[in-house]
Design a binder for this molecule. Structure first.
Ligand code: NAD
Length: 292
């Protein structure tokens, strides 16, 4: 890959594009925000004034947009699929509804264009450090074509299945993440309210059958884990607003497949309450605040 297009230079997209540019690949970049474009230009990218502008001579197009409607806007309203060169591999990395993802990749396929859904896990830190996890849906041959790019931006690349599967797997993962984070927070509070030290309790549960990622890597109780957002007033990390967005997508997915997800629904309700309480811009482990 010599040159790529990148649309969506926000908290995630800009560091991802920066890593690609640092690896010696030319980047045509576009974002609606003038500020984002200035940052991209200062990082050596070639900035464009609209989405079609990024398509010139590129081997791949990466999109990292806030939601399904912005992805539909780019690919359907801006008609990118009508004008993009057929040799260009599209890597759509935003977290969106699997239904929208499947719809757009089917239209792409009908135009003879390869498209992968490749949502990520790992947050802004992962984007900066180039160690994101990519969860990919589409054809395995297309994944192979994009592998060199995935390896620049990430260190774990999973193939989930046909188009839309990357999004389904990502939503399943994040629903479980929310559920075990909520469970971990209320359990730690239960122990503390009954006289236990949260550090001691965390150590016991981490090494017993209650062990989970939230306890091991992201303890929600302030002061237990120095490097976790909980010890920095829940700043940075993965925002409550983004967790709620993913839980709503998971809930739609459950509805559409007649799946019963009471724990996912309860987690969604708890994160809705966090938003109502004005905590949308805090890290999602701040769910602990409900129990302090
Ligand atoms: P963000 O809001 O910081 O960035 C999105 C960018 O897209 C903005 O700069 C915005 O101006 C731009 N944009 C919106 N519509 C556009 C359009 N039509 N044309 C061009 N640019 C447009 O969001 P983010 O945090 O970077 O997240 C991006 C995606 O990654 C989301 O789908 C999110 O769910 C997912 N994600 C985020 C995180 C995280 O920790 N932030 C982690 C994993 C996945």
């Amino acid at each position: 890959m010599k040159k790529i297009g990148f649309i969506g230079l926000g908290n995630m997209g800009l560091p991802m594009a920066k890593n690609i540019s640092k690896a010696g690949i030319e980047v045509n970049a576009f974002d609606l925000s003038e500020k984002a474009l200035i940052h991209a230009e200062n990082l050596g990218m070639s900035i464009k004034q609209d989405s079609k502008g990024v398509l010139e001579d590129i081997d791949a197009l990466i999109t990292m947009l806030p939601n399904g409607s912005s992805v539909e806007k780019i690919f359907l309203e801006d008609n990118l699929l009508e004008v993009i060169n057929k040799r260009t591999l599209i890597i759509e990395s935003s977290t969106i509804s699997p239904g929208i993802s499947k719809k757009i990749s089917t239209i792409a396929k009908n135009h003879g264009i390869s498209m992968l859904d490749a949502p990520v896990s790992g947050g802004v830190k992962g984007a900066e450090l180039g160690n994101l996890t990519f969860i990919v849906g589409g054809s395995q041959a297309d994944l192979e074509k994009g592998l060199s790019l995935f390896k620049i931006m990430g260190d774990k690349i999973f193939y989930a299945g046909e188009s839309g599967s990357g999004q389904i797997a990502k939503l399943c993962n994040n629903m479980l993440l929310a559920v075990h984070m909520c469970g971990t927070a209320e359990t730690l509070a239960l122990g503390v309210n009954n006289g236990l030290d949260p550090v001691v309790l965390s150590e016991i549960m981490k090494n017993s059958s209650g062990g989970n990622w939230s306890l091991e890597k992201y303890n929600p109780y302030p002061g237990v884990m120095e490097t976790a957002p909980a010890s920095e007033n829940y700043s940075g990390g993965f925002l409550n607003s983004l967790m709620l967005k993913d839980l709503k997508l998971a809930s739609e997915l459950a509805l559409g497949s007649k799946s019963t997800t009471p724990m996912g629904k309860l987690a969604m309700q708890l994160y809705e309450e966090m938003m109502d309480d004005g905590f949308g811009t805090l890290d999602f482990s701040s769910i602990q605040k409900k129990y302090l």
